[in-house]
Write a protein of this length. Structure first.
Length: 249
């Protein structure tokens, strides 16, 4: 067989893309897809009529009729005890209806690997001079406020990158396949450069990023949420497996 594997599937690549109209849009297509994504979402449950907010960390609140003080940690412990008591005194459906929940936005973290070895072997002139510096620079500009970039500050709000506010970084879309196209805030970016060329330009690096998904009524997130619900409906095909589950009567 000539030309490699026949019927080799096309592998999509993840990417970061700047959202909005821009004269110089920021775009980084992942050279290698991350081997894993870590996704996290936190929920806080409280009993009905229970105060959701607690005193700020490190502050003390004096309780009426006592000479002692109560820290926010103790308040949190009492709130947990109140929820346990509510669970003890009510039936499941009443609990489901009565208890309150605060849903935090989803966070995503992963590592991006950059390597200029293939481009260097192919004689790429840009990689030969600057290695992976162009990709790293594009990633870094995704977390810089416009006022802190040279060209963005010179061009002003009518040009440059799509900053709606000078103090804020650009709006970034995280693309991971056809089903997940998510607007995100980049909370942190940790770059580890591991090898350099003779000009001291990096030719290998690992970039660790932590994201928060921007949820709500925006059209970009609504699309991904709709795809998630469609996938959940397709899981109904596995309902036949319920026969292998012991369900108490």
């Amino acid at each position: 067989m000539i030309g490699g594997f026949r019927n080799k599937p096309k592998i999509l690549r993840g990417a970061f893309m700047e959202y909005g109209v821009s004269t110089e849009p920021l775009l980084v297509v992942f050279q290698f897809n991350p081997v894993q994504l870590t996704r996290n979402r936190s929920l806080t449950f409280t009993a009905p009529n229970e105060a959701v907010t607690a005193p700020p960390s490190g502050t003390e609140t004096r309780e009426e009729g006592t000479s002692g003080t109560r820290t926010s940690q103790q308040a949190t412990s009492q709130a947990a005890g109140s929820l346990r008591n509510y669970h003890k005194d009510n039936e499941l459906m009443d609990i489901q209806i009565g208890q309150r929940v605060t849903l935090q936005e989803e966070s995503i973290s992963f590592e991006i690997r950059l390597d200029a070895t293939d481009q260097l072997n192919e004689g790429d002139p840009i990689a030969g001079l600057w290695g992976i510096a162009p990709q790293l620079s594009a990633l870094e500009l995704m977390v810089y406020p416009k006022a802190e970039t040279v060209f963005g500050a010179d061009l002003g709000s009518s040009g440059g990158h799509s900053f709606g506010k000078e103090e804020n970084p650009p709006m970034i879309i995280f693309i991971w396949g056809e089903d997940r196209v998510l607007p995100v805030n980049i909370n942190s970016m940790n770059i580890t450069e591991t090898e350099f060329n003779t000009q001291l330009s990096p030719i290998r690096a690992t970039v660790s990023v932590s994201l928060t998904v921007i949820e709500g009524k925006n059209a970009v997130y609504a699309y991904s949420q709709a795809m998630k619900e469609i996938n959940a409906m397709m899981n109904m095909a596995n309902m036949a497996d319920v026969g292998n589950v012991v369900i108490p009567e």
